[in-house]
Design a protein around this ligand. Sequence first.
Ligand SMILES: *Cc1c(COP(=O)(O)O)cnc(C)c1O
Length: 454
Amino acid sequence: MTNGFRALPSVERLLAQAPIQELARAYSHGALVGLIREELQGQRRAIAQGMATPTLDALVECIRQRAAAAWEAFPQPVVNATGVILHTNLGRAPLSKAAIRVVALAAQGYTNLEYDLEQGERGSRQAHLNTLLRQVTGAEAGIAVNNNASAVMLGLAAIAAGKEVIVSRGEAVEIGGGFRIPEVLAQSGAKLVEVGATNRTYIADYEAVVTENTGALLKVHASNFRVVGFTYAPKTEELVELGRRRGVPVLHDLGSGCLLDTARFGLAHEPMPQESINAGVDLAFFSGDKLLGGPQAGIIVGRGELVQRLGRHPLARAVRLDKLSLAALAATLVHYLKEEATMEIPCWRMINLPLPLLLRRARHWQRAFGPGASVLRGESTVGAGSLPGETLPTWLVALDPGGREGGADALAARLRAGRPPVIARIQDDRVVLDPRTVRAEEEREMVRVVREAL
Ligand SMILES: *Cc1c(COP(=O)(O)O)cnc(C)c1O
């Protein structure tokens, strides 16, 4: 083992190798030496566990790969062939062309982000969004923050800190990625009061625990799971009526900012912010990068006086939306006002893709991939915790790994190692690719990566 250690080259020797010298020309000496030391440390651990000492060339290649992984552009584009439209691990919603344009402009130069061009003085970054959010949701006012988790946190902190917030037991849920309603409530300084049963909660359950200490009634859309069977939850209107009667604000965390009726696309109906506002909730919260199809953002719409109170809260500054996301969000909202969302916003265009077109593309891929590829019916999903259990019919191309070692897992790994990486699904020991989530511009490169992997 000690011999194995001694056989490892020194940092100096590695620095003298041609490929490492190339790295030395691009990156700082300190950074490169640090990276080489990390690699050597990893190798020593591996040797201690009984692995063989790598050759000099293999070690140089490991260092090159380590440098590429750490210092090449991140995040790198991947081809999403999974058929999961809002894939949380792949960055959720792709932006529209118009949104990408305004992001580039806002990134490259100065903007009137907080500058009133008419008066020549300080303006508000929220004023423009406020107008757009009112127009798309029908609410009195709206603001946007960093993401929906922070939107809910801000809302609870500004409205109910030090007070009790009543939540149905069936809605004290975990959304994923560490967002748990009971924990968010605790962080905001409000106290959770759970009512009802996991599957059934009635308006009388809420009413029974309303006191002068109640800060809010909170309704949460259980985005990523579905309780079926013997279930009951009061209508939003009933909560609003109770809130009005007892002088308690009603808050609604919708999760997805679904501004179009999903039933139009053969899916179950996803709750919409406009419906909550219509029903009279005081504040509604939703994400910008789920079914809204925009950038990461948390949006709060509702009664003007409450929205203003949130805007003035110290946390509002801490969870402020940055200028690039703000630009993309404004451009995305305008697509809804122009009634062009299903044409311009990628997630809606993907949801709306006609089956015959998907079949045509699948057949085209099959021919391009060659023998071992076949076309079959399958299902795409919306993802990002929207519409759990709901699927859209699609056409898939299945790749048979044949007798090759590692089977479908190894083939999927070769696709991920491609340039660009192609992310696929495994189904019945075959790798399947769904044309729904692959842009036409990506097809050529994807076909090359797949052919190489086969
Ligand atoms: C997704 C979701 C959140 C978190 O939203 P982010 O924008 O990811 O922070 C909060 N509440 C519900 C109900 C959700 O579905």
